[in-house]
Design a protein around this ligand. Structure first.
Ligand SMILES: [Zn+2]
Length: 249
């Protein structure tokens, strides 16, 4: 093989690999699959694991990546497969993903998971006072600079097991753990139609956001979007900046 064809082959391979790891859907799946296999390391006699749970409640359907139930508490885990520098606070609406100076906003995952906790509690009426442990687990391709509240752990996927095991004070009896597991199993919607409807609603939200941006309207506040020039080139931002911090490429 000539040097030239070898170089072309390498470029093609790197290009395809880049596309594969960047594809949003694949990215999400890799994160979830990784954590499913990591959670298997927990002692089955002490921890019950639920993956990809759908719960219907007053406001619609919530999809929860992972729930771990034990006598030490209920852990509600959201996985995020992101790269770059992730910064944000539990107080803000949006967090920022910074990849080589290009900034993208993402919904605050702490709030997102709070909605999941709320949905879960709606099916555990006897445990209304209970504080579930909210865990946001990022892939190691992300670098985290985040301010969290005392009830949330924003960590890397590889640290999930250790964080779960750090809770070692029993707060439930065996019977309570069993009851909680039964209630979650019962509430988990397995009907494909309902699951697909939830995915459809989420997709529609993304589409309408993209349509708004294409029409030059800020998806956060409805103001006009304008072209701006930063250190790293041009980008689209909200005309109400600094009041509204929406930016996109
Ligand atoms: Zn705006």
């Amino acid at each position: 093989m000539s040097v030239l064809s070898a170089i072309i082959a390498i470029i093609l391979f790197v290009g395809l690999f880049y596309l594969a790891v960047n594809h949003a859907k694949i990215k999400g799946l890799i994160g979830e699959k990784t954590l499913i296999s990591i959670l298997r390391f927990l002692d089955k006699n002490m921890y019950s694991i639920f993956n990809d749970v759908y719960i219907e409640h007053g406001q619609g359907t919530s999809q929860i990546d992972h729930i771990v139930v034990s006598k030490f508490g209920i852990f509600v885990i959201e996985t995020k497969n992101y790269k770059g520098i992730i910064s944000g606070s539990y107080k803000s609406d949006k967090w920022t993903q910074n990849i080589w100076g290009n900034k993208y906003s993402m919904p605050n995952p702490i709030r997102q998971n709070k909605a999941h906790l709320y949905a879960l509690k709606s099916v555990l009426p006897n445990y209304a006072q209970l504080r579930c442990i909210s865990i946001i687990a990022f892939s190691s391709t992300a670098t985290l600079y985040v301010a969290v509240d005392e009830y949330t752990k924003v960590i890397y996927i590889r640290d999930v097991i250790n964080v779960i095991k750090s809770y070692n004070e029993a707060i439930f009896s065996e019977e309570q753990v069993q009851e909680i597991c039964n209630l979650i199993s019962k509430a988990n919607v397995i009907d494909k139609t309902v699951r697909n409807k939830h995915k459809y609603v989420v997709q529609q939200k993304v589409l309408s956001r993209n349509a708004q941006i294409a029409a030059g309207i800020c998806p956060y506040c409805g103001a006009e979007l304008v072209q701006r020039y930063g250190k790293y080139g041009s980008f689209i931002g909200c005309s109400r900046y600094p009041k509204c911090k929406f930016t996109t490429k």
